[in-house]
Design a protein around this ligand. Structure first.
Ligand code: ADP
Ligand code: MG
Length: 348
């Protein structure tokens, strides 16, 4: 006999949504750090225990959440970032779905502490089991927000089984921090794991500071062998760094492409990049790059998937050809214009 139809509890709805955005500690870190950036912070501290499975805390000095909205921030589809369809068609923030906090809270023990700049004191709220919110209470915290996530997937054993070793999980998390920190040199980032400081990146004030960050995050070979580029066409700008083909890598682990500041893994983009390198790389070698594409927000849709890794361009063909042309031109100029070390000395 079939079961009767019924409306799911909001806790269960959040857990289902969490399946799409909260895959592992790294995805929690991504969502929390993006919230910090959307709050216009100048510094983010990320504290991780046991690969982020035991504990993951993100603390910022951003705008904070007004006391009367703290509980709302944990509700599903609650966001301060979009209000109507026209906002959605030109999102300038990293978040807009209002799903991250309730999703994360439904599969972990979450504590949110925040103080908006004009509030006399901070307020904290803890999410208990079954997603039940405890009464907010005053807390000590400077202006800004801390989100403390413990025991990820403690109540969803099937999801927990998919987690890998602490080392692997931390590797993914570190990659997320690297991706975000590369795109936001003006913000200071600190990353600690089990009491050890991995990164303590000061805010970069100028090009030299940005280059120093590139070197810290991607290594000296990248910083030394990267060609800079910056080109514009109608409505399109592509800028950043691409490593000389002779210094290609055996792994595709240094490929960072951002569309309007958001890191994407997009088929059209990868294809254009790959094609521009096609005659310059030995078989099995991978290009290394950090590239930023900027275009009017209305010509790109980032609301394709909850994880927001894919985008849809209104003029896909034009974007593809622009990326291809700019890179191809820069690469051939870079290769012809300078004496090249042999591929044998290529970095790992
Ligand atoms: P979204 O980012 O899509 O709006 P979230 O669930 O991630 O959804 O966050 C919900 C809301 O909580 C945000 O819209 C924002 O108003 C508030 N918020 C979350 N994190 C922070 C933070 N670090 N600083 C200030 N406000 C925050
Ligand atoms: Mg968010």
């Amino acid at each position: 006999m079939s079961k009767p139809i019924r409306i799911l509890s909001s806790h269960l709805v959040n857990q289902i949504a969490a399946g799409e955005v909260v895959e592992r500690p790294a995805s929690v870190a991504k969502e929390l750090i993006e919230n910090s950036l959307d709050a216009e912070c100048t510094r983010v501290e990320i504290d991780v225990e046991r690969g982020g499975i035991k504990r993951l805390r993100v603390r910022d000095d951003g705008r904070g959440i007004p006391p009367d909205q703290l509980v709302l921030a944990l509700s599903r589809h609650a966001t301060s970032k979009v209000a109507d369809l026209s906002d959605l068609e030109a999102v300038a923030t990293l978040g807009f779905r209002g799903e991250a906090l309730p999703s994360i809270a439904s599969v972990s023990r979450l504590r949110l502490i925040s103080r908006s700049r004009d509030a006399p004191t901070a307020l904290e709220v803890t999410v208990g089991s079954d997603g039940v919110l405890e009464e907010p209470r005053p807390a000590a915290h400077p202006p800004g927000t801390s989100v403390d996530v413990q025991d990820l997937f403690y109540n969803t054993p099937a999801r927990r089984k998919f987690l890998r070793t602490e080392k692997t999980e931390f590797g993914h998390l570190e990659q997320v921090v690297r991706r975000i920190a590369l795109a936001r040199p003006e913000i200071a980032f600190q990353l600690r794991h089990d009491g050890r400081t991995l990164y303590d990146l000061p805010a970069a004030a100028d090009a030299a500071g940005q280059r120093a960050r590139l070197e810290t995050l991607l290594g000296t070979p990248f910083a030394e062998q990267a060609l800079t580029l910056d080109e514009e066409a109608v409505d399109l700008r592509l800028w950043g760094w691409v490593v000389r083909p002779a210094f290609s890598r055996s792994q595709a682990d240094q490929q960072f492409f951002y569309v309007n500041g958001r890191m994407v893994r997009d088929k059209l983009v990868s294809h254009a990049v790959r094609q521009s390198f096609s005659d310059l790389l030995h078989h099995g070698r991978h290009p290394a790059y950090v590239l930023f594409l900027e275009l009017p927000a209305r010509t790109v849709d980032c609301n394709v998937h909850p994880s927001k890794h894919e985008v849809r361009f209104r003029e896909g063909r034009q974007v593809h050809d622009f990326i291809f042309r700019v890179l191809q031109r820069r690469l051939s100029a870079g290769v012809l214009g300078e004496t090249q070390p042999s591929a044998e000395t290529a970095s790992a």
